[in-house]
Design a protein around this ligand. Sequence first.
Ligand code: T5A
Ligand code: NA
Length: 209
Amino acid sequence: SFDPPELHRGQLFVFEGIDRCGKSTQCENLKSSLEGVGRTVVLYSFPNRETAIGSVIDKYLKKEIDLPDQAIHLLFTANRWETMKDIQKMLLNGVTVIMDRYAYSGICYSVAKGTLSLLWCKAPDRGIIKPDCIFFLDLSPLKANRRAGYGEERYEVIEFQEKVRDQFLKIKDSSWKVINADKPTDDIAAEIYDHAVRVNNRKMKKLWI
Ligand code: T5A
Ligand code: NA
């Protein structure tokens, strides 16, 4: 169907991967190269630790509080839902939106715990905006472990990260672009940019509907 408001909408790019695979670095790179060709770009990171919900998530990740697996899963999802209206507005206004983690992290980290099913984990994110492209930065947990700052937060344990990576590879589909993240930063950035500029969807879709 012809839907005028979506005609010139911005694209939604998501970066996913295990801890320390280089997501934040590449989000910034893509933002500045797209701005360099005249696009307006907004970057979001999940979890957004700045909101009321995000401050609880932050405490959980820093191991200052404990929560049941179900409760923290739902907080991560709520933390995405609280920005959804703003993101939709921006996309419809032609802004390119880049996200550092999204619902796929939500699912994969929770499923990797072994206590919650995939179906249960997917349900609360049902209806959030579907990304136009997911860049999966693939890196072995052993190599990620050698990068700066590894090991301080709750999930930064190699055996757990192996399970998370397996789960990402299980749920990926044709909207994912798998990138070998064990390369120099600039090479990865160039590969991502070349792919990103070719993504141009019109219809805005929702996840898992
Ligand atoms: N989580 C998250 C859930 O369980 N459910 C959810 O719904 C969501 C959204 C925090 C945790 O929350 C979990 C997943 C996480 O365990 P976070 O705040 O995104 O999520 O934290 P991390 O993933 O740990 O963030 P890191 O994000 O710190 O790493 P990045 O962004 O992947 O990596 P980056 O770019 O900061 O780089 C890490 C280091 O490596 C270097 C960088 O300089 C930096 O020192 N580096 C490279 N080194 C060599 N070669 C390259 N190509 C490099 N690229 C970067
Ligand atoms: Na990050």
